[in-house]
Design a binder for this molecule. Structure first.
Ligand code: SF4
Length: 177
């Protein structure tokens, strides 16, 4: 995907949420380049400010726009990378540092850091552990269903908050491979 396409996609997404892209052209360009590189490397636009595992299931919460963007913009005026900023931050021209909201256990799993640093086998084991911990959740507002460790911070369909998700109990056996 060309850098222009990556930029257009980010611009459209920002517009749909009432956000802006970072007003510093050089900084913005670096972030968009990072997204482009990650998309070429992994097949999905993983966050340019975080370490990715290369495993979709472990990285899904940090695929841009990540699960943490909306609560971060709401609380801090910018996402973790400061790619997306709110009106006030855009007007001030300067984003404040945003603390990492991604749970440490997810970071550890994604990077295979819970034991030694032999990343590949650890990541495979993390994938297996992750698979067994996932559950079905549904959005009580729009019915969106997702299979993951915990409900998303925000419903990707109707933007309902995490509190509006409930676990979907099923008698079906969910398999792991
Ligand atoms: S922190 Fe910002 S740039 Fe990184 S994935 Fe989230 S929304 Fe995208």
């Amino acid at each position: 995907m060309s850098l222009d396409k990556v930029r257009q996609r980010a611009e459209q997404d920002a517009k749909s949420r009432g956000y802006h892209l970072n007003p510093d052209p050089g900084f913005l360009n670096d972030l968009l380049e990072g997204l482009k590189t990650n998309e070429e490397r992994y097949g999905y636009p993983a966050c340019p400010c975080r370490m990715s595992s290369g495993f979709f299931d472990l990285d899904r919460d940090i695929i841009c726009p990540c699960d943490y963007r909306d609560p971060d913009v709401e609380e801090h005026g910018a996402c973790y990378c400061s790619l997306y900023v709110d009106e006030a931050t855009h007007g001030s021209g300067e984003a404040k540092p945003v603390p990492e909201r991604r749970p440490p256990e997810k970071q550890a799993k994604a990077l295979g850091l819970d034991e030694d640093r032999e990343v590949e086998p650890k990541v495979v084991r993390a994938v297996q552990a992750f698979e067994t911990e996932r559950k079905l959740f549904y959005c009580k507002q729009c019915g969106y269903v997702t299979f993951r460790e915990e409900p998303p911070y925000v419903c990707p369909i109707c933007r309902a908050k995490q509190e509006l998700f409930a676990e979907l109990k099923t008698s079906l056996k969910l398999w792991t491979t």
